[in-house]
Write a protein that binds this ligand. Sequence first.
Ligand code: NAD
Ligand code: UDP
Length: 337
Amino acid sequence: MNILLTGGAGYIGSHTTIEFIEAGHGVVIVDNFANSNPLVLKRIEEICRQKIPFYNINVADVVKLDEVFYKHKIDAVIHFAGLKAVGESVKIPVKYYRNNIDSTLALLEIMEKHNVNKLIFSSSATVYGEINNIPYIETMPTGHCSNPYAWTKLFIEQILKDVAAVNQDFSVVLLRYFNPVGAHPSGKTGENPNGIPNNLFPYISQVAVGKLVELKIFGNDYPTKDGTGVRDYIHVTDLAKGHVAALEYAKRHKGAEAINLGTGIGCSVLEIVKTFEKANKIKIPYQIVGRRAGDLAEYYADVSKAALLLKWKTQKTLEDMCRDTWRWQMQNPNGYN
Ligand code: NAD
Ligand code: UDP
């Protein structure tokens, strides 16, 4: 199949591009580099040993997007394009709603015009909000989101369900990612945050490489196994393969389906630090500080629906996640910059 990846130059999009090519599909990427670096395309081409058709456009630009659909016969779309910084979304909500929702609406209009009916959307565990017990199951209520970013995901899920309700040929999979981490095993592609990272894995790896002095662990008084926050970390390559499986599912299914992509295992911050140290034989200095505002104590996925419908489950271990993160960081101390 010929797959269009919006936001395919980003962290998850770049790794998913590689997995689609390895699975024998053709790919086309559109991205405006709002949060990515053109060098990633070269790296993907090195890994896959082929040229990738790429368009530097805003997905919300219907005229330019239309041209891409005329130029390439697209069979399915994987929609990653979106702004994703939670804290920033609280400060500039209009920009987040405008970018994430407009780009989705433009994409839907052009897909309909060109009779493209298969869509995989990057949703997030954050749609479960702050009210559910763990593990999170797809049948649980969504909402009570704590920031505009999360609301964009939930609103887009609703838009896509509405489209599926009227278009009997439409097949959409709403993939609810848990915590994607890690890098390609080659060390050529990985996460490339701007400035000081907000997320745990890039922060730890920048401490390991000496760019940051120590990790600050946000709270050790949560009601969790060791008091630190617990999340479901998933290797980005496993996550990427989940999209390939989701497309296979979309081929034989109609309607909208939300599916968790995680390992089903909750890991604490201290467990991550210890595993990173052991896997990479390196010391991570840390200090316990106060809780970060808005953090939940613990959540992880129920992954039975993904296993049942997608015939997919994760294969990489926490050690793999730590090793691959460190290899990427060592080989690219300044990311793609
Ligand atoms: P990313 O920022 O690395 O990738 C997103 C890509 O989309 C970037 O390359 C950016 O330049 C591009 N983009 C943004 N708006 C665009 C627009 N209007 N037109 C064209 N390109 C545009 O983020 P990521 O971590 O790869 O995440 C991919 C998707 O998965 C996002 O939708 C994100 O919200 C979602 N998601 C990510 C996580 C995570 O922890 N990384 C978790 C859950 C969901
Ligand atoms: N965390 C931390 N120090 C950091 C970054 C994160 O202790 O510098 C903790 C955070 O409190 C949470 C976990 O690590 O318990 C994962 O945080 P991240 O921001 O990576 O993911 P999210 O909170 O968005 O799930």
